[in-house]
Structure formats: C-alpha cells, structure tokens
Design a protein around this ligand. Structure first.
Ligand code: GLN
Length: 531
C-alpha cells in the first residue's frame, strides 16, 4: 500500500503547539496499529539545527543517525515511541543546498532553475521518499501559513496532494482563539482569516485544531465550522491542559482519530491508549511526593533549552509515582564557596550538555560539591567533562580543566580530539549520533543499565584525555564505560558515592514518557531510596 499523508500547518501565531498536535495524532494512529512516520519541515535557511542558539530556539535534538534537528523531533519520538532518522528533518537550507549543487552539477542543464518547480519539487521528493514503506506519513510545516519563507513548503504539500490524490491526504490546520478580556470572549476571527490564508494558497483544511487559554463555548466552535467550512466533527478544541501528554487523549476523545481514518479510508480502528492514560494520570497527580532536582545551567530563561532532560527527569519520577520539582541553579553564580547554600534545597543535581566557556566554572564547582557531599549527580555530556575536572581538582590537581575553558591548560584532563581541531565554529562536525559503549561488569553504571553493551546518542567535540586515565582511581572515580576499542571514555562514576554517574552521551534523548531511561531512573531511584 502507498503511504497516506497528514499535513499539519499552523495559523494565527507560532508556538501554539503544532508539534505536539502532530505528535499526538501520530500517537493515536500508532496506538491504533498503523505504521506511522513523521517529518518536520523548517523554513529557516539553516542547513540543520546544530548552529542555532538553544537559548532562543530550544534544544537541538539529535537523531540516532546523527542529524542535528529541531526539538519537535523530540516530541515526536516521545509521543510516538519511535526512533527517527535524519530524513525526518527537512530545512530550507538543506533543500536549497541540494538544488544549487544539482544546478552546478548540470542536472538542470539548459533550464531556468526556479522555486516552482525545482525547490518545491525537491521538497516533494524528500517527503515522498520519507513516506515510503509506511501506512501514514505525518508532515508538519513549521512557522505560520503566509510566512514568506514557508511558501515553498505549502506549495510542495499541495503538489503532493495532486500527485498522490486528494483522497489520500488530510490537511490539519492548527489555529489559535485569542481571549479578549474586555468582552470575556474567545474570538474566532483570526482563525477564520488564517483559514482564508490557507485556502488562498490552494489548500482546504479537512481538520481544524483550535488552541485557546480556556474551553471555548459551543457557539464559538459552530461559528468556526460555518465560517471556515470545516465540518463540526472535524474540529477539535485544545484549551490549556495540565500536561502536554493529555493532548493525544483529548484529540482521540473528540474523534479526530476517526475523522482521519475515515477521510483516508483506513477503516475504523480503536487505539489502545491504556498506558498513555496511566501516564497522564501520573503526570497530573498533584498529591504525589516530590523530588527536587537542581539543574546547573546557563540558559535560565527558556524551558525548551533542556526539554529532553526535563522530560526524562519527569518520566523517571512519574514511574515511581513521584513528581519532580526542577530548580534552576545559575551556573554563573555557583562557586565552591556558596555551593552548600545554593544546593541546600535540592535532592540531587543534573549538569546537562552545553557549549562555550560561560558557566563552566560553576558547573565544576557544583560537581566538586556533589562529589564531596555525596549528593546524587547525573552528568550529561558536558556534565561528564566537568565531573572529571571536579574529581581531579578535589584530589589536589587544582589547575585541572578542559581545553574548552582554557586552551593553554597545564592539566587538560578533557581536550579536543585531534580530528576536531580547528572545526570549533562549523556545523555538522562533531561526534554525532549513536555510538556503542561497553560498561565494566559490576560497575554501578552496568547495574543501573542492566547491561554491559549499550548505545547512546552523542553530540560533542571534547573527550577525556587518556593521559590522565591512570589517575582516575586516585581521584576517586572510575571510567566505567568505554568505546568498544577502549579508546574513548564514555561513562564515569564516583567510587564511593550513592549515585554519581556521568556519561559522554545524551541519554535524555532516548527516554520515553512511558519508558524512562535507566540512568535517569537510577538517579531518581537513588534519591527516593534515601528519603
Ligand atoms: N562542549 C562540549 C563538547 O563539545 C560538550 C558538548 C555537549 O554537552 N553536548 O565536547
């Protein structure tokens, strides 16, 4: 069978949860037994998300095959419990690079190369290729319909509906109903205009998803249906929810799964959302006991920067019927002198990934404190590098550091791999994607994982300096995970500590709301068992 398509676009404003909507539709359909793939189209001119500022744009999500992508892929993986590949992220820069390379290679010889049909054709091709082998392919177009830079994508999805047949496509438009305080009303006019904009580009939406701060009254939904020309049954409302994980249930309760299946002639299958319902119950349980985790970080004003880390912490706590209170610890403020005070209220700390020198001293100070005071510690990528520096400093090597912080360091316990030298400012040049790791039998990491061979996703340039590996035991740590050839340190742990494990990888990317990652689970469990 050829794949059927669901295209998700957005109107009125950005940031209203289009990614969550696309992921939730995927969740419902996957739980109904369909083989579903999903892809994000981003209209930025970047070639990938690796060079975007995570403080502004949110975390860079890395796929198993090493693509640096938009954080929406993280929502997709978590909601659909799938591992996506580079093919699931299509950015304008990537498309243009391809078209221009083809032009230089003479592929279009004699022809005028144009946005339509060449750029749209390249997008169309990428989408149809990614859909191959699946029952359903969901495509989310980033940005808001009408944005200048997104037009090629809108045209491309319209072309696909002509190629594969309109009856094999469902167009979902996600709109926003603003609340007008003066009249106490949710207004539908911006949504009506957004639908008109979409129709103006040749796409008639089959389904409307209306986000709002409050539950809209029946009349507002009737009005939307009448003015937008979308059947009442094909409109779902999504007032603010307690948890984003409620969205699949909400869409399903409103019959959106059935509407999609019927429009795509896929029969009527009932999704099994039992596990998901249990997850939502745990995620929204306000009476649960709380674990307080300090996240030592430099980007303190945007939750999205550490999205997967937060979701991984929550998943691990929920699985034990706990909830988690995440406290930001400003990496630029914490020092060895004030660490006790700043960390007094937390049960454990996470040092997440990061780049650049800002806040590194604070992260080292936090790790030094956690080592000395037996405070549970989970280090992720940079969090491993800073943990090694901290252990060396605690053991008396006070000028130990990473060459990321001091390129001329006398004791570079973390340094750049030779083949990374000189590539610090360029995109796509790091150690990226899945790498294997062999864990030492009997180590805490092996116990927590319940395995001695694991694979995790990576995204970094610096590595532990092997010249110092022999000193680890005198620093009170152990390299408990190595690359299969023994050359690279992948995991370290403190020898005499309730829980101090750090990994060179990003295990948070593999955590699922209903299947927490073993390292996060071990970290949270070590805290729960202490209290
Ligand atoms: N900046 C460090 C490196 O490049 C850590 C990267 C990270 O935490 N993702 O190795």
């Amino acid at each position: 069978m050829k794949a059927k398509y669901i295209f998700v676009t957005g109107g009125v404003l950005s940031g209203i949860g289009k990614g969550i909507t696309a992921a939730s539709i995927g969740n419902v359909l996957k739980n109904a037994g369909f083989n579903v793939n999903i892809q994000k189209c981003d209209p930025y001119l970047n070639v990938d998300a690796g060079t975007l500022n995570p403080g502004e744009h949110g975390e860079c999500f890395v796929t198993v095959d090493g693509a640096e992508t938009d954080l929406d892929l993280g929502h997709y993986e978590r909601f659909m419990d799938v591992e996506l590949t580079a093919a699931s992220s299509l950015m304008s820069g990537q498309v243009l690079q391809q078209v221009i390379a083809d032009e230089r290679a003479g592929k279009y010889l004699g022809k005028t190369v144009q946005i339509i049909p060449h750029v749209t054709g390249a997008i169309n091709e990428s989408i149809q290729r990614t859909a191959e082998g699946f029952d359903i392919h969901i495509v989310e177009v980033g940005g808001t319909v009408g944005d200048y830079e997104g037009l090629s994508f809108i045209q491309a999805i319209r072309e696909i509906s002509m190629d594969v047949g309109r009856e094999n496509c469902v167009f979902v438009h996600v709109v926003y109903l603003p609340y007008l305080g003066a009249s106490g009303e949710l207004k539908t006019k911006p949504a009506q205009n957004a639908v008109r904009e979409l129709r103006g580009l040749g796409i008639v939406p089959d389904i409307l998803v209306a986000r709002s701060e409050y539950e809209p009254p029946q009349e507002a939904v009737e009005k939307l249906s009448l003015f937008c020309g979308v059947e009442r049954e094909a409109i779902a409302v999504l007032p603010n929810a307690k948890s984003i994980y409620e969205v699949p249930l909400s869409l399903n309760n409103q019959g959106i799964g059935e509407v999609v299946m019927s429009k795509l002639s896929l029969g009527a299958k009932k999704p099994d959302l039992t596990d998901w319902k249990q997850l939502v119950q745990r995620a929204t349980d306000t009476s649960a006991d709380v674990v307080t985790i300090g996240v030592v970080a430099k980007y303190l004003n945007n939750q999205d920067t550490y999205m997967s880390v937060f979701e991984a912490l929550k998943a691990a706590a929920w699985s034990q019927d706990y909830s988690v209170d995440i406290q930001w610890i400003d990496a630029e403020k914490i020092t060895t002198a004030n660490a006790a005070e700043l960390l007094a209220s937390v049960d454990g700390i996470v040092v997440p990934g990061g780049f650049g020198t800002r806040g590194l001293d604070g992260k080292i100070a936090a790790a030094q404190y956690a080592l000395k005071n037996k405070l549970p510690y989970l280090g992720l990528c940079l969090g491993l590098q800073m943990a090694v520096v901290a252990a060396a400093r605690n053991a008396g090597l006070t000028d130990a550091t990473s060459t990321e912080l001091d390129p001329e360091a006398a004791h570079p316990v973390v340094h750049t791999m030779d083949h990374q030298k000189g590539k610090e400012a360029t995109g796509g040049t790091m150690r990226l994607g899945n790498y294997s790791c062999v864990l030492e039998k009997g180590s805490k990491a092996a116990k927590v994982y319940g395995a001695t061979k694991v694979q995790e996703r990576h995204r970094h340039r610096y590595e532990c300096n092997n010249d110092y590996r022999e000193s680890y035991s005198s620093w009170g740590i152990q390299a408990s995970g190595l690359s299969p050839d023994g050359d690279l340190v992948e995991v370290i742990e403190a020898l005499d500590h309730p829980f101090f494990i750090a990994t060179q990888a990003h295990p948070e990317l593999a955590s699922r709301p209903t299947k927490p990652h073993p390292l996060f689970q071990g970290f949270i469990d070590s805290i729960i068992s202490r209290t």
